[in-house]
Design a protein around this ligand. Structure first.
Ligand code: ZN
Length: 437
């Protein structure tokens, strides 16, 4: 363990204090009394559980009556709360701070914000994620901020700033004509929110560069613009060919890593699946053939519902029609996927909307469109951990797992909205937020 740490000072929310902690001595032992425990895996909550944490790992979990509190342990009383594993958001953008038109939207962040400014705001986003109980994120494109996510991740891991565990994709990859910024005079060179590559040689090279510089996953945009056609259908512009994507997937799988594909529907979605991607991001309009292929190939779906309900363009405009159509098809698409048994991981697209808004609002949409509350919770805990290759270590309150633990007052299986008000957050065995007292 590193020497520099952030530590919670008292019962109030810690705001980024970095304290030099002594490395000497045995790891501290903390015991949490959980009134109700949702462990991330079990179908039903358990009552009156005792969780013993040694250092940064969970040592044991069991009935409070049958467990002994180890000598010298610090006891945290969450007997009035529901305790859960630290939540996982598998689709975020910490280097974006919303796309509100009044604040200049998306473009201004790439055109006018200095890298240091964007990094500074990313530290706030990382803290906001942790405050809200998201102890792990998969951050899926820095949107023109280069390898900034690798730097933020390092600063968090070394204890200089508070934030979640991060799985990062760095720059993401799309084709010419396949990503923003766009709409500028062709003579003006503007930055792009993704690395542009064309042809299998370039796409493979882009993946290699990103992997070399620290990408844990590779993110590929397989659809870009979308619009409503004359028949009223949502249509999405495909980007890469199957051949171009296969070069990326082949490279990334060789490194033992995975590929996330942004895909709405239609040709681009089918190319994403034919190319062997590991997760479909958004999946607004999954048809039966796509769902069947996802089941066969074990592809994950990260639906990111809530973000599409925000920031609509005016009704009647092409953009406004698109925004309303996206929402109209997205819910039924998720419902079909849930019914068929597609593997689902929680993702919010936070950063696409302001970090001031609750990330956990996504739970309500997942439940609205066919998931049980417990399935939605597991999508943000053990299921997301499985997608990240961290089964048993993250997303579960069980012996051997990292001590990433949160608590809420209320009954999440009855009302997932209570997850928007997390009162206790522990990450890696350290208390970051403690509303238990
Ligand atoms: Zn996104």
């Amino acid at each position: 363990m590193r020497g520099l740490r952030w530590l919670a000072a008292s019962s109030v929310l810690l705001v980024g204090a970095v304290v030099r902690a002594a490395d000497a001595g045995p790891p501290p032992v903390i015991v949490i009394r959980a009134g109700v425990l949702i462990d991330g895996v079990s179908a039903a909550p358990k009552r009156n559980q005792l969780i013993v944490i040694r250092g940064n790992r969970i040592e044991s979990v069991g009935d409070a009556g049958a467990q002994k509190v180890p000598d010298g342990a610090r006891v945290i009383d969450l007997s009035g709360a529901t305790v859960l594993p630290g939540l996982i958001d598998a689709h975020t953008h910490i280097l974006l701070h919303g796309e509100e038109a009044a604040e200049g939207g998306y473009d201004i962040q790439l055109l006018k914000e200095f890298p240091a400014y964007r990094a500074a705001r990313a530290t706030v986003a990382a803290r906001r994620a942790l405050e809200q109980g998201f102890t792990t994120i998969r951050d899926v494109d820095t949107e023109g901020a280069g390898y900034g996510d690798v730097g933020i991740k390092r600063a968090i891991d070394e204890g200089y700033i508070p934030g979640p565990r991060m799985f990062v994709v760095t720059r993401a990859i799309s084709s010419t004509g396949g990503y923003q910024l766009e709409g500028y005079a062709p003579e003006v060179v503007v930055p792009k929110g993704a690395q542009i590559a064309d042809g299998p040689v370039e796409t493979r090279k882009a993946a290699r560069e990103q992997l070399e510089h620290g990408a844990d996953w590779i993110k590929v945009y397989m659809t870009h613009r979308s619009w409503v056609d004359a028949k009223g259908n949502l249509v999405s512009q495909p980007t890469f060919t199957v051949e171009e994507l296969r070069a990326i997937v082949d490279e990334v799988h060789g490194w033992g890593r995975k590929v996330a594909c942004h895909a709405y529907g239609g040709i681009g979605l089918h190319r994403a699946l034919d190319g062997g991607c590991d997760s479909i991001e958004h999946g607004l309009d999954l048809d039966e053939a796509a769902i069947a292929q996802m089941l066969k190939q074990g592809t994950w779906l990260c639906p990111t519902m809530a973000v599409y309900y925000m920031g609509w363009e005016p009704e009647g405009t092409p953009g406004g029609k698109r925004d309303r159509k996206r929402v109209a098809v997205h819910g039924p698409s998720l419902q079909r996927a849930v019914k068929a048994g597609v593997k689902i991981a929680f993702g919010s697209d936070a950063g696409g909307f302001s970090w001031d808004l609750p990330i956990a609002q996504e739970f309500s949409r997942m439940v609205e469109f066919g998931m049980t509350p417990m399935a939605a919770i597991q999508a943000a805990t053990s299921r997301a951990a499985l997608m990240l290759g961290m089964a048993g270590e993250l997303g579960v309150v069980a012996p051997g797992a990292y001590a990433d633990i949160v608590a809420v007052v209320g009954d999440p299986p009855k009302d997932v909205k209570v997850l928007e008000r997390v009162s206790f957050v522990m990450k890696d065995g350290m208390v970051f937020r403690d509303g238990s007292k």
